[in-house]
Structure formats: C-alpha cells, structure tokens
Design a protein around this ligand. Structure first.
Ligand SMILES: CC(C)(COP(=O)(O)OP(=O)(O)OC[C@H]1O[C@@H](n2cnc3c(N)ncnc32)[C@H](O)[C@@H]1OP(=O)(O)O)[C@@H](O)C(=O)NCCC(=O)NCCS
Length: 186
C-alpha cells in the first residue's frame, strides 16, 4: 500500500530526556553501529546537554526526527568552532555548523528518507537556529557509501578532504559541505 502524505511528513524536535532509552536502542542497531563507533560518547554528550551530568554545557545539540508522527532517528548539530580540534588544519568560516545523523529504525533506511531529513533539517531548522551560518559541514566515513550518496543527493559536495577520527583511529571522516545556494534533489 502506498504511504499517505501524512505518513511521509517529517518533523523535528529537540531531544528530551525521555528519548535517551530510544537513542540507546538506535545506536545498538547493527546498521547504525557499523558506522557510529562512538555510541558511549554520543550518549554522554546528550546527557550533558540535557542536564543529566554536571560540568560544562555540551556544545552538541541533539534533535529527534519523526516520520508520520513516529520517532525514527536523531540528528545533532554544533558550531564547528566549538569542536575545532576535530577539524585540524582547516579554515573554518565563522559561524559554520556541522551535523551528524542516524536513522535508527531499520525500516526507514535506504528509501529516500535520509536525503529529505538532511535537506529539510538544514533549511527548516538550521537556517532558523543558526541564521548566521554560511555553510553546513558533514563528515561521513567515505566507505559509508549509503551516507555519502544520501548527502550528495541532498546537495552536499564532497571536498575530498579526509580528517582523522579522534575517538577511533580505524575510522576516517570525509568532509562534505553545503552552501545555502546548493541543495538540489537528484
Ligand atoms: C546514512 C543515512 C542517514 C542515509 O539515509 P537513507 O534514508 O538511508 O538514504 P537515502 O535513501 O536518502 O539515500 C541512500 C543512497 O545510498 C544508496 N544505498 C542504499 N543502500 C545502500 C547500501 N547498502 N550500500 C550502498 N548504497 C546504498 C541508495 O541507492 C541512495 O543512493 P542514490 O540516490 O544515489 O541511488 C541512513 O542510512 C543511516 O542513518 N544509516 C545508519 C547510520 C549512519 O550511517 N549514519 C551516518 C553517519 S555519517
């Protein structure tokens, strides 16, 4: 049966404490764990951001993605200047933001949802919460073909620049960037 327009509707909301158990389940899904090696750090960052831990306010802002009213995954965004050690040797245009995401529900993967999530989050959320940002960066492992193709379809350009993963020396991060003029569906 074809999904209805409502079932295909995407929505975004800031993550809440109640979402943390779901986040743990998503990070444990094999299709996510294969490419998201830093699950513990992600949970710790979310807990810090949501006030579950003492210490400095964490700069990474976690959001939930809903499809047809059902939570299917999460995104996080941050100012690149706040995490500059992850981008050694690069000129960071002031205000640049970066994002990561995972669609945790296996049934929602690989059917064109990811590119809509990326494009709609950039334009409906990031442009509101970070209007001064000149561009958006995203840094998939270049071996993660599904992610690279998804981001390219959403308008990100592959810079060819590989960056180290500070948490996992076996991983590489390919810098892809999108300027506001760029997004198109292919
Ligand atoms: C990466 C992710 C967000 C992409 O979202 P998605 O909804 O699966 O992506 P889309 O369906 O929009 O696009 C997938 C693209 O990869 C292709 N693809 C699908 N499955 C694939 C696979 N197993 N291997 C290679 N390519 C694949 C599709 O054909 C499509 O490319 P095309 O438009 O050029 O034909 C999602 O798969 C995900 O969350 N994966 C697990 C976590 C992860 O890898 N996160 C990214 C960390 S940077």
């Amino acid at each position: 049966m074809r999904p209805t327009a409502d079932e295909e509707l995407l929505a975004f909301r800031p993550m809440a404490r109640d979402d943390i158990p779901q986040l743990r389940r998503w990070l444990a899904e094999p299709h996510v764990a294969e490419w998201w090696s830093s699950a513990d750090e992600t949970i710790e960052g979310v807990e810090a951001r949501l006030g579950e831990r003492v210490g400095r306010a964490h700069p990474v802002q976690p959001w939930i993605v809903e499809l047809g009213g059902r939570a299917i995954g999460f995104l996080q965004w941050y100012r690149v200047e706040d995490e500059a050690e992850w981008y050694p040797g690069l000129d960071i245009p002031p205000g640049t933001v970066a994002m990561d995401l995972a669609i945790g529900e296996p049934t929602a993967v690989g059917r064109g949802v990811g590119r809509r999530v990326v494009l709609e989050f950039c334009h409906h959320v990031l442009r509101s919460v970070a209007p001064d940002s000149p561009e958006v960066w995203i840094d998939p492992d270049p071996r993660n073909e599904r992610a690279v193709r998804c981001y390219r379809a959403a308008g990100f350009v592959d810079t060819g620049i590989d960056l180290p993963d500070l948490d996992d020396p076996t991983q590489v991060r390919r810098l892809m960037r999108m300027t506001w003029a760029g997004p198109t569906f292919r």
